[in-house]
Design a binder for this molecule. Structure first.
Ligand SMILES: Nc1nc2c(c(=O)[nH]1)N[C@H]1C(S)=C(S)[C@@H](COP(=O)(O)OP(=O)(O)OC[C@H]3O[C@@H](n4cnc5c(=O)[nH]c(N)nc54)[C@H](O)[C@@H]3O)O[C@H]1N2
Ligand SMILES: Nc1nc2c(c(=O)[nH]1)N[C@H]1C(S)=C(S)[C@@H](COP(=O)(O)OP(=O)(O)OC[C@H]3O[C@@H](n4cnc5c(=O)[nH]c(N)nc54)[C@H](O)[C@@H]3O)O[C@H]1N2
Ligand SMILES: [Mo]
Length: 897
C-alpha cells in the first residue's frame, strides 16, 4: 500500500512528480480540464479538474497536486460535479463571451463539456457575436468564445517563446489582447499555430479549420521545407490538403510546427503546376508525352556522351526530393553514363560544414541531436538564424535561453536569438576564423581549456598552441570589429559551462573561409571537451528537407553513397557487386565548377537538374545564365517553370513532398518515411520513377518495385552507415545513422568513445581576407540569407498565402547608413557589386550594423544573385554568399553612371 494511492477505489502506483491528473490517466479515468495541456506547465486556473481527497477540507486541483502514497481520491462526487457545473456556467457568462449565439464559433472541449453537463441543448440562441479578427492571413480570433483560460498564452510562452498574448482586466471582465495591438496582424505572432491546437473553445482558429472536412484522409509524413524534418499529419479530402497538424508525440517536433510546415501547402494545387513533360522546339517549350520526352532525354544523353565523352555530362540531384531519387540519379550517371560529375545543392549550402566535419571528426554530419537543446549547459549559435530558418529548433533554443541556459550568438545581424543571448558577438561578415582563433587563444592562455580531453582525444594540440601564441587579440578585434573584452567574456562563458552545444549555419559555411570557419569552431568544441557528449557537440542546422540525405546518397563528385571515396579499391569492389559497372576513379566536378566550365564553353555540355533552380540560387547569375545558354542539353525536373526551367530543353513535371513516397534524412541524421497525401496534378511523376525509366531506355533493367526496394540496395552498398535501415523499421520516428545492423537502434550522439576518424583533429588555420573585403569604391558588405516566411527560391511559398505576409525581397540597411546615403524607408535603390546590379526596395533596420547590408533571395524579380560573385571556398567549392562588396546608388542605375 505504501507506494500506492487509490482513485475512485482503484489502486494506482505513485511516483515522484506524478500529479493526480497524470495518475488518473494511467487508470484511464478522465478528469475534465479546460486550462490544461499535457505538454505545458499546469496553469491550475480553471478549477474544472478539482477532485476530492480524503482528509482534506477542500477539493484540490488535480493538475498540479502531486499524488502521494496512501491518498484516497474521488474524482466525480456529486459535490464536485455540481461545482463543475457552476464553473462552466460562470465561464459562459464571463468576459466577452456571448455563449452559444448564432454565428458563434464555440467548439472543442468547452462545448463538449457544456453538453456533457447538460448546460447546452445543442441549439444556438439569437444574438450578435462579436466580429471575428480577420486581420491575419491564417489566424482568426472570435472574442465571444474566449474564456481567458490562458492556454494560448502558456503555449505561446512555453513552446514558441513568442509572448503574443496578454490578458487585460481581471475576473469577469478579463479579455485576451494581442501584445501591443488589438489584432493578430499587428502582434509579434509567427503563426506557428500552437495556440489553435490548445484552444478549448475554438475562440482561436485558423482558415484551414473553417471548412468541415467530411471525408478526411490522414497521412503521416515529413515536412519538405527545412532540415528539421517535422512529422506531419496531413488531412486531405478529394485530393486537396485541407489542414496540416503536427504529430503530437513525434521525436523531432513534439507536437509543434512552424508557419510553413503548417500552412504553406497551397502550392500543391497551384494553377501553374507543371502537368505534362515539355520539350523545347523553335525557341519555346511545347507539351510532349512521357514516351517522347524520355526517348528524347535518352537519345540526347547518348549522343552527347558519344561525341564529347561521359565527363561532358553532369547531374544535380535534388535536396528537396527523396533519398531514393537522389541515389538513383547519381547511380545512373556513375554506372550507366560513367562519370562522377554528380553533386547537389549541398555544394552551395553546407558543403564547407560537411567537409570540415569530415576532416576533423571523421564524418560530415552533426555529432549531436535536437534532444541536446534541452540537455545543453551552454549553447553557441554561430552563423545561423534558427528562429527563422529552422523555427521548431529555434523555438527550443529560445526556451533553453529563457530557462537560463547561457547563450552566445555570433552573427553580423542582431537576429532574434541575440535578444535572448548573454553575448552577441556582432562580427564583420567573413571574419569567423579570426574570431574563433581569438577565442581559442583565450581558452589556452587563461588555462580554461579541457586539456585532458584535448590530449587524450585529439591531435594537433601542440601546433595549435604554438600558432595561437602568434595570434594577437588586438588584431582579432580590428579584423572582426568585436571588442577584445567581448571575445574574452564569450570564451570564458563557454569554458565555464562546457561541454557546450555549437549550433552553426551558413554564416560559417558560405564563405571563402567556410571550411576553415567550421574547423576553427570545431577547435573550440574540442578545446572545451564538448564533442561526443550528450547535450553538447557540433550541430549544424542543415538546410533543405533532404540535403543531408542527398549528400549521404553519394551526390558528391568525390564519394559514392555513404561518403565512400570513389577511388578506394575496397569500396569499388563493393559497388561493382551491386552496380555491375563503375565510373572511373577520377573524381568529378562540383556543381559550381560544372557551371563555371559550361560558362566558359568547356567540358560540360549537358546537365540533368533535378529540382534545383540554379539561375535564382547559384552565385553570379550572369555567368550561370551564360552557362545554361552554352549547354546542348538541360533536363529540368520541377513542380513549376522555375527560372532555370526557362532555359531547359526538356522539363519534366515532378511530384512534391506531399505527393511522393520515399525517405528524407534530417539534420540530425534521422531517416524518416515520407508518404504521399495527395496525387500530383496531371501526368507528374515521382523523381525516382523517371530516373528508372531512363535507365531502362538505356538498356538497364533496374527492376525496383518501390522506394523500399531502392533503400534495400542503399543499405547494402553503404553498410557502415545504413546497413540496418529498412522501411519496416522506420515507424514511427525513423532511424538516425550510423545504423549498421538490423538490430542497431541508430545513433543520437556520434564520437562518444572515440572520433570516427580515431582522434579529433585540431587545426591551426589563419584568417585570410576574401577578395570581397576592402574593395575600393564598394563600401558595404552585403550578407544574403533568408527569412521565416519564404523558402529559398520561393517557388512553393510564393504560391501560398505566405505571399500575404511578405511579398518581396527588401534590402536591410542601418538607419545611420540610410541617413548618410539620404535613403528613405521603402525607397528603391540601385545596388551594385563587381558582378552585377539590381534595383531593390529598402527597409531601415537596426538589426544590421552600419557598413553591412542584408538581402534575401526569395523572389526572382530581385535577382539577388546577380550581385554575388565567383569567390569559392578553395576546399569545398562553396560560394561566398555571405559577403559581397557592394555600393548603393539612389540616382538610378549604377551600370550607366
Ligand atoms: N524560412 C526559411 N527557412 C529555411 C530556408 C529558407 O529559405 N527559408 N532555407 C533552408 C536552407 S536551404 C538552409 S541552408 C538553412 C539556412 O539556415 P541559416 O544558416 O540559419 O540561414 P541564413 O539566413 O542564410 O544565414 C544564417 C546567418 O548567418 C549570418 N552570417 C552572415 N555572415 C556571417 C559571418 O561571416 N559569420 C557569422 N558568424 N555569421 C554570418 C547571417 O547574418 C544570418 O543570420 O535554412 C533552411 N530553412
Ligand atoms: N544569395 C544567396 N543565394 C543562395 C543562398 C544564400 O544564402 N544566399 N543559399 C543557398 C542555399 S543554402 C541553397 S540550399 C540553395 C537553394 O536553392 P534551390 O535548391 O534552387 O532552391 P529550392 O527553393 O530549395 O528548390 C529548388 C527547386 O526544387 C523544386 N522542388 C521542390 N520539391 C521538389 C521535388 O520533390 N522534386 C523536384 N524534382 N523538384 C522539387 C522547387 O520547385 C524549386 O524550383 O540556394 C542557395 N543560394
Ligand atoms: Mo541550403
Amino acid at each position: 500500500m505504501i507506494n500506492k494511492a487509490t482513485i475512485n477505489g482503484k489502486e494506482v502506483p505513485v511516483s515522484s512528480g506524478l500529479t493526480i491528473l497524470d495518475a488518473a490517466k494511467v487508470l484511464q479515468l478522465e478528469i475534465p480540464t479546460l486550462c490544461h495541456a499535457d505538454h505545458l506547465q499546469p496553469e491550475g486556473g480553471c478549477r474544472m479538474c478539482l477532485v476530492q481527497c480524503e482528509g482534506k477540507d477542500r477539493p484540490v486541483a488535480s493538475c498540479h497536486t502531486e499524488i502521494e502514497p496512501g491518498m484516497v481520491i474521488r474524482t466525480h462526487t456529486p459535490e464536485i460535479e455540481s461545482l463543475r457545473r457552476t464553473i462552466l456556467t460562470l465561464y459562459e457568462g464571463s468576459g466577452e463571451m456571448t455563449g452559444f449565439t448564432e454565428g458563434s464559433v464555440m467548439s472543442g472541449r468547452f462545448r463538449d463539456l457544456m453538453e456533457t453537463y447538460r448546460l447546452w441543448n445543442g441549439e444556438s440562441e439569437p444574438g450578435e457575436p462579436t466580429p471575428t479578427d480577420e486581420s491575419h492571413p491564417y489566424l482568426r480570433f472570435q472574442a465571444d468564445a474566449c474564456i481567458t483560460c490562458r492556454l494560448c498564452l502558456n503555449v505561446c510562452e512555453q513552446v514558441q517563446g513568442q509572448f503574443v498574448f496578454g490578458i487585460e482586466n481581471r475576473g469577469p471582465h478579463s479579455r485576451l489582447v494581442f501584445g501591443a495591438g488589438d489584432e493578430f496582424a499587428e502582434s509579434p505572432c509567427v503563426a506557428c499555430g500552437a495556440c489553435i491546437d490548445v484552444c478549448p473553445t475554438g475562440a482561436l482558429f485558423d482558415v484551414d479549420r473553417m471548412t468541415i472536412v467530411e471525408e478526411a484522409k490522414h497521412t503521416e509524413t515529413v515536412c519538405g521545407y527545412c532540415g528539421v524534418g517535422c512529422r506531419l499529419d496531413v488531412v486531405s479530402e478529394k485530393n486537396r490538403v485541407r489542414r496540416i497538424d503536427p504529430v503530437r508525440d513525434a521525436a523531432v517536433n513534439r507536437g509543434h510546427l512552424c508557419v510553413k510546415g503548417r500552412y504553406a501547402h497551397a502550392w500543391h494545387h497551384s494553377e501553374d503546376r507543371l502537368t505534362t513533360p515539355l520539350i523545347r522546339e523553335g525557341g519555346s517549350l511545347r507539351e510532349a508525352s512521357w514516351e517522347e520526352a524520355l526517348q528524347y532525354i535518352t537519345d540526347r544523353l547518348n549522343q552527347i556522351r558519344e561525341k564529347f565523352g561521359p565527363d561532358s555530362l553532369g547531374a544535380f540531384t535534388s535536396s528537396r526530393s527523396t533519398n531514393e531519387a537522389c541515389y538513383l540519379l547519381q547511380k545512373l550517371f556513375r554506372s550507366v553514363i560513367q562519370t562522377n560529375n554528380v553533386d547537389c545543392c549541398a555544394r552551395v549550402c553546407h558543403s564547407s560544414t560537411a567537409l570540415a566535419l569530415q576532416l576533423v571528426t571523421g564524418t560530415g554530419a552533426a555529432s549531436a541531436s535536437y534532444t541536446d537543446f534541452e540537455k545543453a549547459g551552454c549553447i553557441v549559435v554561430a552563423g545561423a538564424n534558427p528562429t527563422e530558418a529552422h523555427p521548431v529548433a529555434g523555438a527550443r533554443i529560445k526556451q533553453a535561453a529563457l530557462n537560463g541556459v547561457p547563450l552566445i550568438v555570433i552573427d553580423p545581424r542582431r537576429i532574434e536569438l541575440a535578444e535572448y543571448a548573454d553575448a552577441h558577438l556582432q562580427l564583420l561578415p567573413g571574419t569567423n576564423v579570426a574570431l574563433f582563433n581569438g577565442m581559442a587563444k583565450v581558452l589556452i592562455e587563461e588555462n580554461l581549456a579541457n586539456l585532458e580531453y584535448a590530449r587524450e582525444r585529439t591531435e594537433g594540440l601542440e601546433e595549435l598552441v604554438e600558432f595561437l601564441e602568434r595570434v594577437s587579440l588586438t588584431e582579432v578585434s580590428l579584423i572582426t570589429g568585436v571588442a577584445e573584452d567581448e571575445i574574452v567574456f564569450a570564451a570564458r562563458l563557454i569554458a565555464k559551462h562546457a561541454p557546450a552545444l555549437f549550433v552553426h549555419g551558413l554564416g560559417l559555411s558560405e564563405l571563402m573561409q567556410g571550411t576553415a570557419s567550421v574547423m576553427t569552431l570545431c577547435n573550440l568544441g574540442m578545446l572545451t571537451g564538448s564533442i561526443g557528449k550528450p547535450g553538447a557537440g557540433m550541430l549544424p542546422l542543415r538546410g533543405q528537407n533532404n540535403v543531408q540525405g542527398s549528400a549521404d546518397m553519394g551526390s558528391m563528385p568525390t564519394h559514392f553513397t555513404g561518403y565512400q571515396p570513389v577511388d578506394d579499391p575496397d569500396v569499388r569492389a563493393l559497388f561493382q557487386e551491386y552496380w555491375g559497372e563503375l565510373p572511373p576513379t577520377k573524381p568529378g566536378l562540383t556543381s559550381t565548377l560544372m557551371l563555371q566550365e559550361a560558362a566558359k564553353g568547356n567540358q560540360i555540355k549537358g546537365l540533368w537538374l533535378m529540382g534545383e533552380d540554379v539561375v535564382q540560387s547559384d552565385p553570379n547569375q550572369t555567368e550561370v545564365v551564360r552557362a545554361l545558354e552554352n549547354l546542348d542539353l538541360i533536363i529540368v525536373q520541377d513542380l513549376f517553370i522555375s527560372e532555370t526551367a526557362k532555359y531547359a530543353h526538356v522539363v519534366l513535371p515532378a511530384c512534391g513532398f506531399l505527393e511522393q513516397e520515399g525517405t528524407f534524412t534530417n539534420g540530425e541524421r534521422r531517416i524518416q518515411h515520407v508518404r504521399p497525401a495527395v496525387e500530383a496534378p496531371g501526368e507528374s511523376r515521382p523523381d525516382w520513377v523517371v530516373v528508372c525509366q531512363v535507365a531502362e531506355l538505356m538498356g538497364r533493367s533496374w527492376n525496383y518495385d518501390s522506394p523500399a526496394d531502392v533503400m534495400e540496395e542503399i543499405a547494402k552498398v553503404a553498410p557502415n552507415l545504413f546497413g540496418g535501415v529498412r522501411y519496416d523499421r522506420l515507424a514511427p520516428d525513423g532511424l538516425q545513422w550510423p545504423c549498421p545492423t538490423s538490430s542497431h537502434p541508430g545513433t543520437s550522439t556520434v564520437h562518444e568513445e572515440r572520433f570516427l576518424r580515431g582522434k579529433g583533429k585540431l587545426v591551426a588555420v589563419d584568417y585570410e581576407a576574401s577578395p570581397e573585403h576592402g574593395v575600393e569604391g564598394f563600401d558595404y558588405l552585403l550578407v544574403t540569407g533568408r527569412l521565416l516566411e519564404h523558402y529559398n527560391v520561393g517557388t512553393m511559398t510564393r504560391r501560398t498565402p505566405q505571399q500575404d505576409l511578405i511579398d518581396r525581397d527588401e534590402l536591410e540597411i542601418n538607419p545611420i547608413d540610410a541617413a548618410n546615403e539620404g535613403i528613405r524607408e521603402g525607397e528603391t535603390v540601385s545596388l551594385g557589386s563587381r558582378w552585377g546590379e539590381i534595383d531593390v526596395p529598402v527597409r531601415l533596420s537596426t538589426r544590421i550594423a552600419p557598413g553591412t547590408l542584408f538581402l534575401t533571395f526569395h523572389y526572382p524579380e530581385s535577382n539577388t544573385n546577380r550581385l554575388t560573385g565567383p569567390t569559392l571556398d578553395p576546399q569545398s567549392k562553396c560560394p561566398q554568399f555571405k559577403a559581397t562588396a557592394v555600393r548603393i546608388s539612389t540616382k538610378g542605375s549604377l551600370i550607366h553612371d
